[in-house]
Ligand binder design. Structure first.
Ligand code: FES
Length: 151
């Protein structure tokens, strides 16, 4: 994995580029996560100060959006669709299975709300590009086994 820039430097650089934009909080949070892989809790006071917001306001936005991570991601990020169409065809059970399977590993579980494969759910996405449709717990395990074997 490529070395991540130091947290403080990365956050300062993102703030310098974005803090004067209107509605800067979300773009800043997105860019911090893009740069570091997550939004370190220690960056919240600095972001709040730069935007003249309270820490609670910044924390509230981070926790409101499922997209934002507060801990470093695993080697791979596995997104499981938890939206209605997928839930209607077994997505809920698949999400529970995935959450349990990925709990202690190097892979991160993330619920998402639609991957654009609604007609052939349950759907998952591994990292940014690998979409899978009609995933069952069994086929999920096969995909994860293959990822783990590829280390
Ligand atoms: S609802 Fe799951 S992909 Fe759209």
């Amino acid at each position: 994995m490529e070395k991540l820039p130091a947290v403080e430097d990365a956050v300062e650089s993102v703030l310098a580029a974005n803090s004067t934009l209107p509605g800067a909080l979300l773009p800043i949070l997105h860019e911090v996560q893009e740069t570091l892989g997550y939004i370190p809790p220690e960056s919240v006071p600095r972001i709040a100060k730069a935007l003249n917001l309270s820490r609670a306001e910044v924390h509230g936005v981070i926790t409101y959006y499922q997209h934002f991570r507060q801990t470093p991601p695993g080697r791979h990020v596995v997104r499981v669709c938890c939206a209605e169409a997928c839930q209607a065809v077994g997505g809920e059970a698949l999400a529970e299975h995935a959450r349990t399977r990925l709990e202690a590993g190097e892979l991160s579980f993330e619920p998402v709300y639609c991957l654009g494969l609604c007609a052939c759910g349950p759907a998952i996405q591994i990292d940014e590009t690998s979409l899978h449709a009609r995933v069952t717990p069994k086929s999920f395990d096969a995909l994860i086994d293959a990822l783990e074997a590829a280390r």
